[in-house]
Each structure stands twice: as C-alpha cells, then as structure tokens.
Design a protein around this ligand. Structure first.
Ligand code: C2E
Ligand code: CA
Ligand code: CA
Length: 626
C-alpha cells in the first residue's frame, strides 16, 4: 500500500473513534459539543475524500480523480472554516451574533464551491502522488486564511475564552499549520489530514470528551454540566424545563454513602429522566420537560424514597421543585436562588419547597437587605435607641434597653425586625452585635449615667453571638477600650431551643459575670417557654414578654400562671421586668404583684440617645415621683 495512504488510514481510524465517542452520549448536549461534532464529522469526511482521491489518482482515469480531489478541497475549506467557527463560539461576544455566523456559513459555502470551477491536475509519479493546479493553489490560500483568523482570534480574545479551550485550540492550529507547511514544500508527504486528525483528538481529550462531564462515582452529570446546560437553555431562551432538586443532607440519623447515592441516581436516571445532575454537596438535580407533569413525577420520587433503599436504608431528603425556568433571568440567578433556599429548606426541615414568584421576591428582599446591612456597617449607619426601664421600688428610671436601628440612606429609620433575622441567618449579626455593644459602651463612656440615676444599660444578644467562644473576650476588649466597668452592662439573652452550643453560652456568661456583667433572660413566656432555663441559666433578671403581660389582663388562666411564675422567680432571688406596659392600670397592678421593673410605651417609646438622656434627666430629677 502507498505510504501516504497508510498515514491517511491512521488519521481515519483516530477520527472514527472520536466520532463514536462524541456521539455516544445523547441526553445533554451543549452547543459547543454540537459545533465540535460538526467539525469531527467534516474532518472525517475530508480524510476519507483524501484517501479516495489518492486512490483515484493511482488507479482511476484523471477526470474521475479530479472529482475526488475537488471534493477533498471543498472539505478542506469547510474543515478550516469549522475550526474558525469553533474558536469564535467560545468567545462570549461572538457567540450571540447568530446572524453574523449565518453570513459566514453562506460566504464559506460560496468559497468552497469555487474549486469545482477551477482547473486541477494530478501527479502520478511513483512516490509523488498529489494534485496541483489553480484549484489546489486557491484552496491552500483560502484555508490558511481561516486558520490564521483562528490564531488571531485566540491571541486577541484570549481573556474572553475558556483558557483550556484556547490552549487546546492554539495547539491544534499550530499542528495544522506545521502539517500544511511540510506538505507545501514536500509534496510527497501528505500530512495535512493527519495533523487535522491529531488536532481534533487533542480537542477531544482536553475539552470535548462528553464523559468528562460525568461524575465518576455516580454516572450522572457533574454540577458544572448543570451550569453549562442551564446557561445554554437561558442563552437560547429555551426555558421550558422544570427541575426537581433532592437535597440529601447527611445528618446524624442518615449518613449518605456513595453506594446509596448511586442507587438513588440510577433509579432517577432509569425512571424519571436521563438528565440527572449532581447539585451542591450531595444534592441531585433532575431536569424534566415543563409539560405539567412535574407534580406526578415528584409524587413518584417521594414514594420511591418512602419505600427505602437496599439494606433497609432510608433517606429523608428535602425536595425543591422549580416548576419553570421562566422564573429566572439566567443561570446565575437560578444558582443563587438554589443556594439560598437549600439552606433555608434544610434549616426549616421543610419536606417540599416550591419555587414561585413570592420565593424569588423574598430572596431579592433578603439580598437587598443583606447589602444594606453591609453598607450600613461600613458607613456607620447603625444607631441605638434607648427605652427607659422604671424601678417600682426606687420610683425612678434605673436602666434602659438599647435597641438598634438602621438609618436608611434616605434618612428614614429601619426597624430591627426587618434586618435582625436577616443578619442572623447571613452571619452579619456578629459584626452588627459588636457594633451595638460598642455604641452602648461609647454612650456610657461619654455620659456619666450614674449621675442621672442609671445603674446599667441592657444590650440584646442574639443566639448566634452567644455561641461564639470569642464573645466574652471581644466584649471585654471593647469595655477596656472605653474604660468602663462591666457592671454598667446587662446582657439580654433569649431562651431558645435553637441554642446548640449551650456550653459555649454558659462559658461566655460565667466569664463575663466574673467581671461584673449581669444577665437577663429576654422574651420569657414566648415560644418554647421553658422553666428549665430559669433554673439552669445564671441570670439575674427575667423579662416577661409583652404577650404574656397582655394575656395577664385578658385571660384568667394566664393571670394565674403569671402570678405563680412571679412568686417562683422571686423566691429564687431573681428580679422581673415586665415589658410592653402601655397603660397606667397595668403599671399599678403589676407593681402591686411585686414586679420589680416596668418597661413600655406607658413611660416612653425607645428614644434617640439625646432625647433619652433629656427624658431621664427630666424625670429622675423631678421630686414628684411617678
Ligand atoms: P425585644 O428585645 O423584645 O425588645 C423590645 C421590643 O418591644 C422593642 O421593639 C420595643 O420597641 C418594643 N416595645 C417596648 N415597649 C413596648 C410597648 O409598650 N408596646 C409595644 N407594642 N412594643 C413595645 P424593637 O425596638 O422594634 O425591637 C424588636 C426586637 O428586635 C427586639 O425585641 C429584639 O429582639 C431585637 N433587637 C433590637 N435591638 C437589637 C440588638 O441590638 N441586637 C439584637 N440581637 N436584637 C435586637
Ligand atoms: Ca430585649
Ligand atoms: Ca423582650
């Protein structure tokens, strides 16, 4: 066999293998893969035409050989154009210029049929088999233009390209150029086809192997594929897909082995959809066409989970259903919503969460507030308001509760119920809590509060802060900075089943108490009201929540309860603050009952610092007691 043909056959075998592997996987096809597939097919045809043309030059009449040679030249132009197209597709700016790409296709088609109109000759001397003449010269001018174009594109738009792809594409282009140069000067060495095959193989290995998008352990698509696939759907405005997200958090009760996940993903692939992806952590994400069948599919999946898996293993996942991708502008928005809600859903132990417009709006509000908190922290827009606390025994105001406010950019006040829960879940509460503490310390430092009759200021602590082992040290440092005694501060903690790290909280409390800080148990009588807290926590004051106070005046049983709890607490040697006292008769009855301190609108709403100091000076100095 002729040596040149042997090289071509090698190239052909390479290409046929790559064709097989790139067409094997069908379910999730990215557009870049389509373009690559076109390229592989045309390159394979080109090599086939090359072999046929050599064979024809050797054994067929010249007129027949000329046809094969022209087909080969036609395909050479197309191969180089498709390489150019492949490179351009990776450049974000050019990807969306569909019209421009169409014009290029038409233009290339015209260029590629010109060799059929130009003369061509065949050289059949043993050892030197090649074609020549104007058609060949023309092709070897046009094709390199595309190759040079691709090289320039890679050089100029390097930053806009996937670095792996630009690297692989550059190598491929250089190989093709080298092959073409060698062939140009040594006509008998037919290297172009072989170098094309080599280039396509490099691309396959580095970028376009569909198996590289597959998770090795589970045989489903990786999360990067989910991202790219959704990106493509959004780019092409094909939002007619629904998603089911199964979030499988490992807990103490359910540990998730890869074997179990494999069993689950095999089931999903077989029975629900062939588009199963790995999501964040151990999540599985299933894409199904948006044809209204989502609920049925969800029911089917839930039933399967209820039935349990092999070895009697059960998982209780949370489901997030996304009825339509139309809810999102783009893939980033989807991912950010997915990340946001997957935390919330597992924290709230919700079994199934459905994405709807409200969910998106809530998330947007959350994000806006998160940004607002961030900028308010850096622009010093948090303020404290103070609400006076009245001592029944001393008949004067002896303390106050510091309540944080956010001053919006427009100057308006934003109340804590709008930002504290968000700061708590985003983790910003630590910084915010410290800021409030510092503001209170600064206030005590620059005003002699004892001179106006105030013994201490109460500062609210959030559960998240209490669980930080550094809390006590941080607070002591701030107190030291402002040179104030710890007994000027009382920290309000909330009884909460949410406290996971009770030991840390107790350590913090013990440490701060050593320096003179006192503690209050806030919001007593709400939620999971638990007398154990009163017994076990080293607190000095119990603050009765205003709901408890309200029911005291409207509900006979609540009255009995409050009275007995009051007696119990007093016998344990603690003091009580009644919150939310709004009317004089309430003040009177609660004072008669033996409540020590009264806080509420009856005396004053929380006031800005200067107004508060005026209020205290005015009221504590007046001889007529309230
Ligand atoms: P809280 O600790 O229970 O604070 C008492 C809330 O009751 C305050 O609301 C106060 O304005 C309100 N209040 C006081 N007296 C009356 C009354 O007579 N009638 C009525 N209807 N309400 C009264 P505010 O300032 O909106 O604070 C709400 C919550 O935000 C606080 O509840 C507290 O849980 C949280 N918070 C405020 N400041 C901070 C802070 O610096 N850190 C932390 N972690 N949470 C804070
Ligand atoms: Ca409080
Ligand atoms: Ca309270």
């Amino acid at each position: 066999m002729n040596q040149s043909i042997q090289i071509q056959f090698c190239a052909l075998i390479f290409l046929l293998l790559i064709c097989y592997y790139s067409f094997k996987r069908q379910s999730v096809i990215l557009e870049s893969m389509w373009i690559y597939r076109q390229l592989v097919v045309v390159t394979t045809l080109c090599v086939m035409a090359d072999i046929c043309s050599i064979d024809a030059i050797l054994y067929a009449p010249e007129s027949q050989a000329a046809i094969y040679c022209r087909i080969y030249l036609f395909l050479v132009i197309w191969t180089s154009f498709l390489s150019f197209n492949y490179v351009c597709y990776d450049i974000v700016k050019l990807r969306h210029k569909k019209k421009l790409r169409r014009y290029f296709f038409i233009f290339t088609f015209i260029l590629s049929i010109i060799p059929f109109a130009l003369p061509i000759h065949c050289n059949n001397v043993p050892g030197e088999i090649y074609s020549y003449g104007p058609a060949v010269t023309y092709t070897f001018i046009v094709a390199p233009i595309y190759i040079i174009g691709s090289i320039l594109m890679i050089l100029f738009f390097n930053k806009l390209m996937n670095p792996y792809r630009s690297h692989a594409a550059m190598l491929w282009m250089l190989l093709e150029t080298t092959g073409a140069m060698i062939q140009l000067f040594n006509r008998q060495i037919l290297l172009v086809s072989f170098s094309m095959a080599l280039g396509v193989t490099i691309l396959f290995a580095k970028m376009e192997n569909p198996d590289s998008g597959i998770d090795r352990n589970l045989g489903i698509y990786r999360i990067q594929m989910l991202y790219e696939y959704l990106k493509q759907l959004f780019d092409n405005n094909k939002k007619n897909y629904s998603l089911i997200i199964i979030t499988n958090e490992s807990t103490e009760k359910t540990s998730l082995s890869e074997d179990l996940l494999l069993e689950v993903s095999n089931y999903l692939k077989k029975s629900i959809s062939d588009k199963v992806f790995r999501g964040i952590a151990n999540d599985l994400v299933i894409a199904v066409p948006d044809d209204g069948g989502l609920d049925q599919e969800l029911v089917q999946i839930k039933k399967r989970f209820e039935a349990g898996w092999s070895d009697n293993q059960f998982i209780n996942p949370h489901f997030i259903s996304v009825p339509s991708l139309k809810l999102f502008k783009n893939e980033s928005e989807f991912f950010s919503a997915y990340r946001y809600y997957s935390n919330i859903v597992s924290d709230n132990h919700e079994e199934c969460f459905v994405f709807d417009n409200d969910a998106i709006n809530n998330m947007e509000e959350y994000r806006t507030m998160q940004n607002e908190i961030k900028s308010a922290l850096s622009e010093d827009r948090f303020e404290i308001f103070l609400q006076p606390i009245y001592s029944v025994q001393e008949q004067s105001f002896v303390s106050a509760e510091a309540l944080v406010r956010l001053r919006g950019k427009d100057g308006n006040i934003i109340m804590p119920n709008r930002f504290i829960p968000i700061a708590e879940s985003s983790g910003q509460i630590e910084q915010l809590g410290e800021r409030v503490f510092e503001l209170v310390c600064r206030l005590i430092h620059s005003n002699d509060i004892s001179a106006i009759g105030l013994q201490y200021i109460e500062v609210n602590l959030s559960v998240v802060q209490c669980e930080n082992p550094e809390l006590a040290h941080k607070f002591l440092k701030i107190m030291h900075k402002y040179d104030i005694n710890a007994d000027k501060l009382n920290l309000e903690i909330t009884e909460s089943g949410a406290i996971k790290q009770n030991d840390v909280l107790l350590d913090n409390m013990e440490y701060l108490r050593k320096f003179g800080c006192t503690f209050s148990l806030d919001d007593f009588g709400t939620g999971e009201s638990n007398l154990n807290y009163v017994v076990n926590m080293p607190v000095d004051i119990i603050k009765f929540d205003r709901t408890m106070i309200r029911s005291y005046f409207s509900n006979e049983k609540a009255k009995i309860m409050l009275e007995s709890v009051t007696e119990m607490i007093k016998r344990m040697g603690m003091h009580i603050v009644a919150e939310g006292v709004e009317e004089q008769h309430q003040l009177k009855q609660l004072s008669d009952l033996g409540i020590d301190y009264i806080q509420g609108y009856y005396f004053s709403k929380p006031l800005p610092v200067d107004d508060f100091l005026d209020f205290i000076r005015r009221n504590n100095s007046s001889t007529s007691k309230i």
